[in-house]
Design a protein around this ligand. Structure first.
Ligand SMILES: [Zn+2]
Length: 216
């Protein structure tokens, strides 16, 4: 099966994606990773992409689609791709469909992790990490206590890499930009909305149950 995972920043898409990849032996396709690895291997295409980025320009849909095509056409990736952060535009969605068809594949299901802004805010603002044992907690959703954490309180620090305002802005942008693409997959009967406000394990149980029933 090939699937697409949609969800705003703070929806816990990364955790879900990792679980799916590990349990179902899928390969994750993210545009950022593809661009980086192409640049790293310094192919002609990689050099071209590098110069575009160095000039401060956006990499075109055409180039992104070329990279996606390379992944889809590779027999070892046959029917085992999970797309994350792609397609980002309707034109990319069309192109993805065309490419999959060319290599006798299709999208089996599209998940949309829906999460309230309030929950995203709690998730990103509440994150604390123990600098001694590296466990991650959340003051609102998963507070450290005497049962789940043995280190002294002084080791607990708010994670400084989480710029909550930026994340909430990205959330708003995401909701607007993803709408036409989600509508597109909804019309095709492929879209499945998942309540992303629940706990990560609960969300994954739901996703797992659905994927286990997909046979192609
Ligand atoms: Zn600790």
């Amino acid at each position: 099966m090939n699937l697409i995972l949609f969800g705003p920043p703070g929806a816990g898409k990364g955790s879900q994606s990792n679980n799916i990849i590990n349990n179902f032996n899928l390969k994750q396709v993210s545009t950022g990773d593809l661009l980086r690895s192409e640049i790293k291997t310094q192919t002609d295409l990689g050099k071209k992409i590098e110069s575009i980025i160095n000039n401060g320009e956006l990499v075109s849909d055409d180039l992104v689609n070329t990279l996606i095509g390379k992944i889809i056409s590779d027999p070892k990736n046959f029917n085992r791709l999970i797309f994350d952060g792609y397609p980002r535009t309707i034109s990319q969605a069309y192109s993805l469909e065309k490419l999959l068809k060319e290599f006798n594949q299709k999208i089996s299901i599209v998940f949309n992790l829906k999460v309230d802004k309030d929950i995203v805010s709690k998730r990103v603002n509440g994150r604390i990490i123990c600098i001694r044992c590296f466990r991650i907690f959340n003051v609102y959703l998963n507070p450290p206590n005497s049962k789940n954490h043995k280190c002294e309180k002084k080791y607990l620090k708010k994670r400084t890499d989480d710029n909550s305002k930026t994340i909430l802005n990205r959330y708003e942008t995401y909701v607007v930009k993803s709408k036409p693409i989600l509508d597109y997959y909804n019309k095709k009967g492929l879209l499945l909305e998942i309540d992303g406000n629940q706990k990560i394990v609960e969300i994954y149980d739901k996703i797992k149950g659905i994927l286990e029933n997909i046979r192609d």
